[in-house]
Write a protein that binds this ligand. Structure first.
Ligand code: A2P
Length: 307
């Protein structure tokens, strides 16, 4: 699909972009090259994925003019104190002179002086993330992102990732530049209804990462999804991605396989009753892939305490 959504700052964003989380460097190069050859014009990466250089090289090698491609990358948690430097590093890695959408990867700042990009410390006999700056550090970090956004031409739009309603609303009360997007985990087993409603009210674009449920979830094996795939004679992936696009959500499916990359760009129009059936899936089960409790013993989406 070449469908686009319009961000609150007027910029257009293609509704489907290629995700590159968990793609090795070589796979990322090939996936981006394949995607661009087959009609994708939106690539999503992050400093922490370790593949910005290959993503940038594939973009360059595609021969497609830079301005026709929408590139998103993200500020890593250990780099929140020096946003200007992090932006320059990503620009250099990607080999471009601007980023279409720059996101704060998490509303969590990790110790920048630790010898790791996932620093841990011991607390109450447990290893937990080495978090600095307190619970509201992201407000300061946002100011630094605004500074780069307003004083340079390096960032076309700025936004956030992994923000829930609570943090997004707090950010809106202080932001001089409104975040245009919030990229979160979203799929039929984590539909994010409340966040989506809040975001629509405030004209913030929701982007779904792990829209197919990533690895290890049952999204693509769900009975409702499979029966709808048969009904429409498309893949389960097409059903899930079409459901998101129909409710105004940008999707970032990741694949390193050509047939899947091609398949994932396709979206169809679903009947209202089928959209409703997908909406209802999470009434019985939910699953979260990217859980800060699992990663860092940190209850980001709950009481914001170490667990
Ligand atoms: P692979 O990269 O080997 O194709 P998500 O986008 O939710 O993170 O999901 C990505 C996972 O789903 C990856 O394991 C990817 O594997 C797999 N995948 C991607 N596209 C499809 C598809 N069209 N059908 C089935 N599995 C897919």
């Amino acid at each position: 699909s070449s469908k686009t959504f319009t961000l609150s700052d007027g910029k257009k964003i293609p509704a489907v972009g290629l995700g590159t989380w968990q793609s090795s460097s070589e796979d990322a190069y090939n996936a981006v090259a394949t995607a661009l050859q087959n009609g994708y014009r939106h690539i999503d990466t992050a400093w922490i994925y370790g593949n910005e250089k290959e993503v940038g090289k594939a973009i360059k090698d595609s021969g497609i003019p830079r301005e026709e491609i929408f590139i998103t990358t993200k500020l890593w948690n250990t780099h929140q104190d020096d946003v200007a430097k992090a932006v320059d590093t990503s620009l250099q890695n990607l080999g471009v002179d601007y980023i279409d959408l720059y996101l704060m990867h998490w509303p969590i700042a990790f110790n920048p002086d630790a010898n790791s990009t996932f620093p841990k410390i011991e607390k109450n006999g447990k290893l937990v993330a080495d978090i600095v700056g307190g619970r509201e550090k992201y407000l300061e970090t946002w100011k630094k992102m605004e500074e780069v956004f307003t004083t340079t031409k390096k960032l076309r739009s700025i936004g956030v990732s992994n923000f829930d309603v609570n943090k997004l609303s707090k950010l809106l009360t202080v932001a001089k530049v409104k975040p245009v997007a919030d990229q979160v985990e979203s799929h039929p087993l984590l539909p994010q209804f409340e966040l989506l409603e809040f975001a629509k009210k405030h004209d913030i674009q929701i982007e779904a990462y792990s829209p197919l449920g990533s690895t290890g979830t049952s999204v693509l094996k769900n009975e409702t999804i499979i029966s709808l795939a048969k009904k429409y004679d498309v893949s389960p992936a097409t059903i899930v991605l079409s459901w998101q696009v129909s409710r105004g959500v940008v999707v970032l499916p990741k694949s390193v396989h050509k047939e899947r990359i091609i398949d994932n760009l396709k979206t169809i129009t679903l009947k209202d009753e089928d959209i409703k059936a997908i909406d209802d899936i999470s009434k019985t089960t939910t699953e979260r892939v990217c859980d800060p409790i699992k990663f860092w013993n940190y209850d980001l989406f709950g009481t914001e305490e170490y667990v």
